[in-house]
Design a protein. Structure first.
Lengths: 166, 411
């Protein structure tokens, strides 16, 4: 199964508006899609007779503060164990309303992965059965992996970014 | 007996299903953890019990969350190695080398054959320690302490090999980008040969004591089982998935570090229960020994690290006498080397399954985003489903055989 086959099938099914940013990174195919197309696309890939992306390897949140209107992203790492092909599906949403659909009904594994992305990035997965913090304490009032939260103590002057070229 | 006395002391043998009876719907709550000697780590499970039977479990994790992914965004690549070995501390070298291979993939560094073989040897030793701990502690949890004492000294012995290779025992920080930090010393080779010669006898003894033991079998068979479909749906990997009958092993499916050169079998179970998980781990130890034997027999000569001056620390001797070496030494230590822009995912077969590193680099000195795929975090969420309807003692054994490691779970 070639990567080209997958992208052709995706474009044929969802149109070029919903399948863009097609690329390959060290052999792993990646496509970007819209938030609305995530669930139909993952269902399509799951049920496809030859692709069979039935294993959810991981789900990663990401924050790009400079990408206006597309600040928060989710990367779905799918794996077709039968064909041994991996695929990343990316989608972005504005930080003011970071709503993504849940895929817990398809993959039970997505439950904690989505909770983790919510915990660290504040990404809201609509329809998730129990969207609460998982690794941080419940009382926390911010989402620590967002880029505006610095790691170092802001009062220290020996670790300012300039000294380290950051 | 008067009527009043009867009401106060209801008949214990009363039909439970009878509506309005004294025992109907009487569930109790039991806290298992956060610190409990039988959970081997800091996890909390709030169990809802119907007598001895578990009705439901609510999990709380994150007690030792250390924000590794956030810290990693401020650290040069080589300083992240020390974060990785604090994840699955039972098999730290696998984490270290998985991270090194991820960065090598991003940088495009070709690692020499000898270094790849050395890595395979260290990773398989790490798998041995991981499985020794898991299986012998499983026996302890079922009440058999003796077997544990027989094999645990070999874990100690493997830690001595680590010590010989990198100076540390638990949090190893072993290897560098491009290879290993030092070649095998004669002592290390001697110790590995001794291990290959003497561990099989100890392992056989352990298996003879536990594997066909009636009590152990009764305690573990048909306990905490999961079907292959559910296991895949829950994202199981590693021995826990293979026990359910799926032969997914990253070493065989996507070979890295020259695993394609070695001959080994991928054991699978049929039922996915605690006993199958135990058997799969036992067999994997034999396969690990087989791989180490092959790697030692065919250990190629040549350099033990790549020529990657921007990432591999120069010889100390050169730093004092050679200008370039001094510059590179300074730049590496201060973390002043920019990585190329890119996005890479690399996974290795960790002690518990697919250990993945998703690295996004924006061309800076630190990762823009680093996501660890910790197998334990993903499969531990199936625990309530696996223990529903069983008793508390079965839940303890199930958790033990899943080999959930708090450090890996909580990053």
């Amino acid at each position: 199964m070639e990567n080209q086959q997958i992208t052709d099938a995706l474009v044929a099914q969802f149109g070029a508006d919903a399948v863009y940013g097609i690329g390959e990174s060290h052999g792993i195919l990646q496509v970007t899609t819209t938030v609305e197309s995530i669930v139909p696309m993952i269902h399509f890939l799951y049920a496809h007779p030859t692709f069979k992306f039935q294993f959810l390897t991981d789900l990663a949140g990401i924050h790009f503060p400079d990408a206006k209107g597309q600040e928060l992203g989710v990367i779905y790492h799918l794996h077709s164990l039968e064909n041994n092909v991996r695929l990343w599906i990316k989608a972005y949403a504005p930080i003011e309303a970071p709503h993504f659909p849940t895929i817990t009904d398809l993959y039970a594994a997505a439950n904690w992965m989505e909770r983790e992305a919510f915990d660290f990035y504040g990404i809201i997965f609509d329809g998730h059965p129990n969207l609460t913090r998982i690794l941080n304490m419940d009382e926390m009032d911010y989402h620590p992996m967002r880029k505006e939260y610095p790691l170092e103590d802001a009062t220290r002057h020996d670790k300012i970014d300039e000294l380290f070229g950051r | 007996m008067s009527e009043i006395a009867l009401v106060q002391n209801p008949n214990v043998g009363l039909d439970k299903t009878q509506k309005g009876g004294p025992y109907v719907n009487e569930l109790s709550t039991l806290n298992l953890g956060p610190t409990h000697p039988a959970t081997h780590g800091i996890f909390q499970n709030i169990l809802t019990m119907d007598g001895e039977t578990i009705v439901d479990a609510e999990q709380t994790v994150g007690y030792i969350h250390r924000a590794f992914e956030k810290i990693a965004e401020r650290r040069p690549f080589y300083q992240i190695t020390t974060l990785t070995d604090r994840m699955n501390y039972c098999s730290a070298p696998i984490n270290n080398m998985g991270w090194h291979m991820t960065v090598e993939k991003l940088l495009g560094i070709e690692v020499p054959k000898r270094a790849q073989y050395m890595r395979v040897i260290m990773m398989e030793l790490a798998r041995l320690t991981d499985h020794i701990v898991c299986n012998s502690i499983l026996a302890v949890d079922t009440g058999a302490l003796t077997g544990f004492l027989y094999v645990y000294q070999w874990r100690e012995f493997i830690y001595e090999i680590y010590e010989e290779m990198c100076g540390a025992r638990l949090t190893t920080n072993m290897g560098r980008f491009g290879g290993m930090e030092r070649d095998f010393t004669p002592v290390a080779i001697e110790k590995i040969q001794k291990l290959l010669k003497e561990l099989p006898a100890a392992l056989k003894e352990f298996e003879g004591m536990v594997m066909r033991n009636r009590i152990f079998m009764d305690r573990t068979q048909n306990v905490g089982g999961i079907s292959a479909e559910r296991a895949l749906n829950y994202g199981f990997t590693g021995p826990n998935l293979r026990a359910a009958g799926v032969d997914y092993d990253v070493r065989a499916m996507n070979p890295y570090s020259s695993y394609e050169d070695f001959e080994f079998d991928v054991p699978v179970g049929t039922k996915g229960d605690t006993y199958d998980r135990f058997l799969v781990r036992e067999e994997e130890m034999w396969q690990s020994l087989r791989i180490i034997q092959q790697a030692m027999d065919n250990l190629p000569a040549g350099p033990y690290h790549a020529d990657a001056p921007h990432y591999y620390l120069p010889e100390k001797q050169d730093v004092y006498h050679n200008m370039e070496a001094l510059i590179y030494h300074f730049k590496i230590v201060m973390g002043e080397i920019d990585a190329p822009v890119g996005e890479v995912y690399h996974s290795v077969e960790g002690g518990n399954g697919e250990l993945g590193f998703y690295l996004v680099s924006d061309g800076g000195r630190t990762p823009y985003r680093l996501k660890f795929r910790r197998p334990g975090f993903i499969y531990y969420q199936a625990f309530p489903e696996m223990i529903k309807g069983t008793s508390l003692s079965d839940a303890i054994v199930t958790m033990s055989s899943m080999n959930v490691i708090a450090g890996e779970l909580d990053t």
